[in-house]
Design a protein around this ligand. Structure first.
Ligand SMILES: [Mn+2]
Length: 399
């Protein structure tokens, strides 16, 4: 690697931050069952401590996405949670309302045909905006499980209009610094017509909601053949890309560790972002977040693995020679253009990462350092004991 390339990779790493999810540290599982881990977080203090451990080792995860229903007790002062986060060396990031767990949402939330339920869903989101303001979070992240399971079940157009109205009403409640991200997903839990099924629907709804609504791309929420980096490039060009939920998958929304199946896919996404930034002369404001649940892997290890992989791929994508790429594209030199991407993808960025970590007084190998630290052994002993005391002898509730 040349000195210039090393500098480019280091400069990219300086700007790259990725948010960890509070739910990624607790016991979660498949729809069939849950396998408990002794070291899994029981409560918010545990989750924030685990997130703090990841940030202390990687230096690039200063914020934690939270789930209102699971992470804030009713009546609790959100500022107390913010202080707890600070105690563990992190801050509260994206606020995720929960619009799918209460029984009232059987027929949907914003898309429900009952105006009383729609109002309740909107109120929960407005409350979530208030939590965001209290904890200093500038991001409200919205995912809706809404949809229908059978043809004829609901009016597709009426549901679309209900979403337009509710999102517009919610946008009016945002603080001046807050943005709201609209996530999409083709199917599950709805299996006939999900109300926000793809990026085009999310884009239309966000546009109608207001200027601070953007689209959130969850890498797992696409059909297998879909070209995700093309979607990313279009959203960038429209100034409508708000953020990512990163994970990997082989089949559907598998929530596997980022890059475990297809690291080149993530590289191509990062390349589109770097290429856009080079063409425009400015870096787009994008919230990079992890949305993964680990049923088999130890949760903190899987999170560190994800963060390190994201850094590697982000640094590799920063090495693409944009001037050479533009020349190859202008000449329709397909082979040269493709090779320019491949050379960056196969470049060894380990020295750049090691240098960046040393300069930031971080362990050169965060995963090895985590294993050496004994953190998990101590957490497992403590949490096992507390579970017994709390009568949660099966490894804990869904938290
Ligand atoms: Mn997601």
């Amino acid at each position: 690697m040349t000195l210039a390339q090393l500098r480019r990779a280091r400069a990219a790493l300086d700007t790259f931050r990725i948010e960890t999810p509070s739910w990624g540290f607790a016991d979660t599982g498949t729809r069939f069952g849950k396998f408990f881990q002794d070291a899994a977080a029981i409560d918010m203090n545990d989750k924030l401590a685990d997130a703090g451990q990841v940030h202390a080792l990687t230096g690039c995860c200063p914020t934690v996405a939270v789930h209102v229903q699971w992470d804030f007790k009713p009546g609790e002062d959100p500022k107390a949670v913010a202080r707890l986060a600070q105690h563990h060396g992190v801050k509260i990031g994206a606020i995720n309302p929960n619009l799918f767990q209460d029984q009232c949402y059987k027929w949907g939330s914003f898309g429900n045909n009952d105006p009383v339920v729609r109002a309740a869903a909107l109120q929960h989101c407005v409350d979530s905006v208030a939590i965001g303001k209290a904890v200093g979070s500038d991001c409200l992240s919205l995912w809706f499980a809404d949809g229908t399971n059978y043809p004829g079940q609901g009016s597709i157009r009426a549901r679309k209009q209900a979403f337009e109205d509710a999102l517009r009403a919610l946008h009016r409640k945002l603080g001046p610094k807050q943005t709201m991200l609209v996530e999409y997903k083709p199917f599950e839990p709805a299996f006939y017509a999900t109300d926000i099924a793809d990026w085009g629907m999310a884009l239309l709804l966000a546009r109608k909601a207001g200027p601070r609504a953007k689209v959130l791309v969850d890498t797992g929420h696409h059909y297998n053949a879909q070209n995700i980096e093309q979607i990313v490039a279009w959203l960038l060009d429209e100034d409508m890309l708000g953020g990512f939920h990163f994970n990997d998958r082989r089949y559907a929304d598998d929530d596997l560790t980022l890059g475990s199946i297809d690291p080149y896919q993530v590289f191509r996404i990062f390349h589109e972002i770097h290429f856009f930034a080079a063409d425009r002369g400015r870096r787009p404001k994008i919230a990079y977040m992890i949305d993964q649940c680990h049923n088999e892997k130890p949760k903190i290890e899987a999170t560190i693995q994800t963060v390190v992989m994201a850094q590697e791929l982000y640094a590799k994508a920063a090495l693409v020679d944009h001037a050479a790429l533009r020349r190859a594209q202008a000449k329709n030199d397909v082979v040269a253009a493709e090779l320019i991407l491949k050379q960056a993808f196969f470049a060894d960025v380990a020295p750049a990462l090691a240098g960046w970590r040393k300069a930031n007084r971080l362990p050169v190998d965060p995963l090895a350092e985590h294993r050496r630290s004994g953190y998990v052994r101590a957490a497992a002993a403590d949490r096992k004991r507390r579970r017994l005391e709390l009568g949660l002898n099966q490894g804990g509730r869904f938290a």
